[in-house]
Design a protein around this ligand. Structure first.
Ligand SMILES: [Zn+2]
Length: 453
């Protein structure tokens, strides 16, 4: 078995105790016994995986001496949506199974402890099971079937509730265990999405360095190591190894989120761009674009944006030339102008965040009060985190990712608006905030837009 982590590393995590990639799921029996103290499991999956992977998984369970209590197949061809109603359905079904008399005639809590919940599938199934297990108060085992998201090993699940995509708090899996041949056989689009999401840690990292420098979000060294160590090497893996390497990278970034109870280590301004498109329900030919594909374009955009900002940063910041911070009323009007096309609830939420993150003039004057040399050093440090644009574009293209907002059907004015909204929607400090507060935003946004259109 190839185990990528030592047990020492995993003792630092609040929820996940073990994880492995093992051909044919060899060793799963021992892992389940050790970490869950049971042999029986309820497996949740979707119709596609029920056909493609479940037969070999069942066979592996038999070989490993494990008992499949029930295979719950969620109906509906993909894209299955991770919505709250589904979670309630899963909970009801699982409760029904768990309170069914066991062979020894006992019901209820005891049975609940004897069965283990397993997610067999990609991101959506994992989020649904994670949230269901969290609500039921039982640990779960994640068995990913595609290297597509970093949520397999993270705390919290991304769920659509009351028309709003939100991260609901629930524990990460106690163990993550899958087989490399399953990951390699996953659809290429899912792998490309995973690649985009993993590559996005490049600018997630550069934004974190920036925020750390201004004392706004200190870097946690362990979380940084989980996310950034070996990142470029993984992204440059040979085609045969790529699926496994993407998966390893994504699992590690999930651990970083467990450690910090935050998505800061893995999500910067590139994710904000994707979030805007998610709020706008961006689709191609009626099909939702995978998160990692949108994030990949966000990554190229924010890399280019950051390179431009660094050029300016090296000249230092002239405090006398800082733009005047608008008052709340003016800012609210700006939000209203940019977000008029969004549903009222989304627009109100953005307005609240944009106003709450609005700094005072004094804060800004204090924040940027450094010598030119300090900025030069910071710019050099941030640059080492970035990948040159053409190289990055080539990496994304080779992995099957899209490399221009045009390919998403986004036009020039929408793209410019996306950048502006991205700066408004989250309190997390990124390069967009640096540019906005120092008067660079408009010119950099225009220049980046010219690059794509
Ligand atoms: Zn992501």
């Amino acid at each position: 078995m190839r185990n990528f982590e030592t047990s020492e590393c995993l003792t630092q995590l609040p929820d996940t105790k073990f994880w492995a990639l093992s051909a044919g799921w060899q060793g799963l029996g021992a892992v389940v016994q050790r970490w869950f103290g049971t042999k029986s499991m309820i497996v949740v999956t979707d119709e596609v995986i029920a056909d493609a992977v479940a037969p070999s998984f069942k066979e592996a369970l038999r070989r490993e001496g494990l008992t499949l209590t029930e295979l719950l197949v969620l109906k509906g061809k993909p894209p299955l949506v991770a919505d709250y109603q589904r979670i309630q359905e899963i909970i009801t079904q699982v409760q029904g199974l768990l309170t069914t008399p066991m062979r020894d005639g006992k019901k209820g809590e005891r049975a609940l402890c004897q069965s283990l919940l397993v997610s067999l599938g990609s991101g959506t199934i994992n989020d649904l099971v994670k949230c269901s297990a969290g609500t039921l108060g039982v640990p779960y085992l994640s068995v990913p079937t595609a290297p597509s998201v970093d949520g397999y090993s993270s705390f919290g699940a991304s769920i659509l509730k009351e028309n709003f995509k939100q991260t609901l708090p629930c524990p990460a899996p106690r163990a993550v265990f899958t087989a490399p041949e399953v990951l390699s056989a996953a659809p290429v689009q899912l792998r490309a999405a995973g690649y985009g999401d993993l590559a996005s840690k490049i600018t997630a990292g550069s934004d974190w360095v920036l925020a750390d420098a201004f004392g706004l979000d200190p870097i946690d060294e362990t979380a940084w190591a989980y996310t950034q160590e070996g990142l470029i090497k993984r992204l440059s893996a040979a085609p045969d190894d790529l699926a496994n390497e993407i998966f390893v990278g994504l699992v590690r970034t999930g651990f970083a989120m467990q450690i910090t109870s935050s998505s800061r280590p893995v999500s910067g301004a590139e994710h904000l761009i994707s979030h805007v498109w998610e709020m706008e329900h961006l689709e191609i030919d009626g099909i939702t674009v995978p998160h990692g594909i949108k994030v990949g374009i966000g990554l190229l955009t924010i890399s280019a944006f950051t390179f431009l900002v660094l050029d300016h940063m090296r000249n230092g910041i002239n405090l006398d030339a800082l733009p005047k911070i608008p008052g709340p009323e003016v800012r609210a009007q700006e939000v209203a102008q940019r977000c008029a096309h969004l549903p009222v609830s989304a627009y109100r939420a953005i307005e609240e965040v944009a106003l709450s993150k609005l700094p005072t003039q004094e804060t800004v004057n204090e924040r940027y009060n450094y010598e030119k040399k300090w900025y030069r050093n910071l710019a050099d440090k941030i640059e080492t985190q970035l990948v040159p644009l053409e190289e990055l574009k080539g990496m994304l293209a080779r992995a099957g990712c899209l490399t221009s907002p045009r390919e998403l059907g986004v036009d020039r004015s929408r793209f410019l608006r996306t950048l502006e909204i991205a700066q408004m929607i989250r309190s997390r400090y990124t390069v967009l905030d640096f540019a906005w507060e120092t008067g660079l935003f408009e010119s950099c946004a225009e220049e980046i837009t010219d690059m794509f259109f």
